[in-house]
Unconditional design. Structure first.
Lengths: 385, 169
């Protein structure tokens, strides 16, 4: 090859403009570096592993996917009604909203763009974008930092309980509309973000909804959902937003590479749940189980899971499986909300402690209770009538 | 140096040089994955050497950190993928007349990353930054003749590397 050809190509490289998305990528990396490495004090080796390991990105994607399912497994079977506020909630073609699962101050904020049966979901604590097609029971996870995409199958048990938050609210309200005997309890007025709002409370056996609406437009401003010990707040709600359909397209965007593997989140089991408890104790609790256990607790740890798994001295495949098992463990717990009674008693218990029970559950319609001890052994006990 | 001082200096230098970092690394990487890794390496390098980066010499030092970050990212690319579809493997599989401009550019980028540090710095300053020899010499703290020699050696090394790939085919 002649020298002048080499020089010519080098000059051509010089004249290539930097694409806009590369500038964005640089900004994103800088931001993550400053947050994780400088502010949070992540060690050099861990930062390198977190940022460079494909497997951690893979696990992070799985974690993000599962967060996409959070809260969608709630089944509603009782509710009450109030017409003025109900109508736009039921009839809006597109809705944008933010929601926070658990503690409103600490929990990551999730932003949903709901277009029919499709949702575009983004997160305040990670860059992954999820496109959820509820009709097809599929989810497309996009990771902008490395332009990777993953398809997730959510058929099966997950699909049965899958709704979007707005869908849950709509279900409640539709049932309320159909039942003239149910009414909403007025809560009076309060101020939300400097605006006056009027409140209504509707409730059933499994869920209580508190809806705060603009008294002039009747549009909901804030919805608080309480189901069991869990709480989710929907806010910054906007109706009939002019939304580009491409935002919820399931097609892999140009420039993205689709992962060969399809994540199968349709199967989760008690075994996954037990494995996730071990991860909690070993990776997040210095050997102790968490004080409480809920979807919110999983969600809070999910974003940091990749960083915890990366330095482990296990194979890539084992790391991947660990990440998936943790995610499936959360799905298992979530599934118990509507098919079992359960209790968590792991506070203060160390991993390996065979003397203390950390979790029990009893599936609806059965007379046996599955009990998990601190050594993670599972026993079955009969429940008296 | 106190941590708060380190953070302050890092943020200032990062802001001052972020355009250069992005531009140089994109030219040298030409690939988002390599770029992302190189950019992370560069930030890390700046942070680790922050105490040495006084205002007078920061520019040249950061440039060397940038080139080193790029080389490391390319090494990792090869280490992970071996002959990936956008690296040597593709170039090796094609005789010279079949290499299109993009493939050859990728091959040259990788070859630049494998050059000795001084040669890669000289060739990057000369061809990717379009600097004259006086500027190159000043930035590299050498004579103009020394700068010319480094560029010539770099081009010769690149040619040898590229020819060897073609011959292997």
């Amino acid at each position: 090859m002649q020298d002048n050809r080499i020089e010519g190509i080098l000059k051509a490289i010089r004249n290539e403009p930097v694409p806009d998305d590369v500038h964005e990528l640089a900004t994103h990396i800088t931001s993550e570096f400053e947050q994780e490495f400088i502010v949070n004090g992540l060690s050099t080796s861990l930062w390198e592993r977190v940022m460079k390991s494909r497997v951690t990105r893979f696990v992070a994607a799985v974690a993000a996917v599962v967060i996409g399912l959070v809260g969608v497994g709630v089944l509603i079977d009782e509710s009450v009604s109030f017409a003025e506020v109900v109508k736009p909630l039921l009839n809006a073609g597109t809705v944008e909203l933010d929601f926070v699962v658990g503690d409103e101050k600490d929990g990551p904020i999730v932003h949903d763009v709901v277009v029919g049966s499709k949702i575009r979901r983004t997160f305040s604590n990670m860059n992954t974008v999820l496109i959820i097609d509820l009709d097809a029971a599929k989810m497309l996870a996009l990771e902008p930092s490395d332009k990777s995409a993953a398809l997730v199958d959510i058929k099966g048990p997950v699909e049965k309980g899958t709704k979007n938050y707005l869908g849950i609210v709509r279900n409640v309200l539709a049932e309320v509309e159909a039942d003239p005997n149910r009414t909403a309890r007025p809560l009076g007025e309060r101020e939300i973000d400097g605006r006056t709002a009027v409140g209504f409370e509707v409730g059933g056996k499994d869920m209580k909804l508190t809806i705060w609406a603009d008294p002039e437009t009747s549009l909901a401003m804030r919805i608080e959902m309480q189901y069991g010990e869990s709480r989710t707040v929907l806010k910054n709600i906007r109706f009939d937003v002019d939304t580009n359909e491409s935002l919820v397209s399931m097609d892999v965007p140009a420039g993205y590479t689709l992962q060969e593997a399809t994540f199968d989140m349709t199967q989760f089991s008690e075994k996954d749940f037990v494995a996730s408890l071990e991860v909690f104790a070993e990776q997040f609790g210095n050997g102790a189980f968490p004080d409480t256990l809920s979807t919110e607790v999983y969600m809070k740890q999910m974003a940091g899971l990749a960083a915890k798994i990366a330095p482990l001295d296990i194979s890539v495949n084992e790391k991947t499986q660990l990440g998936i098992q943790f995610a499936r463990g959360m799905l298992f717990l979530q599934s118990l909300d509507h098919r079992a009674e359960w209790g968590y008693t792991g506070k203060g218990v160390q991993l390996g402690d065979a003397e203390n029970t950390i979790f029990w559950y009893q599936l609806n319609g059965t007379k046996v209770r599955r009990v998990i001890d601190g050594d993670l052994k599972v026993q079955e006990t009969a429940v008296a009538e | 140096m106190k941590r708060s001082k380190r953070v302050e200096r890092f943020n200032r230098l990062r802001a001052e040089h972020s355009e250069m970092l992005t531009s140089v690394l994109w030219k040298l990487a030409g690939d988002r994955e390599v770029f992302a890794e190189a950019f992370q390496n560069a930030l890390m390098g700046i942070w680790e050497h922050i105490e040495k980066l006084d205002d007078q010499h920061a520019g040249g030092y950061i440039y060397r950190i940038t080139l080193s970050a790029n080389s490391k990212a390319w090494r990792n690319r090869l280490g992970r993928d071996g002959c990936s579809d956008q690296s040597w493997g593709e170039a090796e599989a094609c005789p010279e007349d079949m290499l299109d401009q993009n493939e050859t550019a990728t091959t040259i980028r990788q070859a630049v990353a494998e050059l000795p540090t001084k040669q890669s710095q000289a060739v990057a300053l000369r061809y990717l930054e379009a600097q004259d020899y006086e500027t190159i010499a000043k930035q590299m703290s050498c004579s103009q003749a020394g700068a010319r020699s480094l560029v010539s050696k770099a081009i010769a090394t690149l040619r040898t590397k590229l020819e060897s790939f073609i011959e292997q085919e």
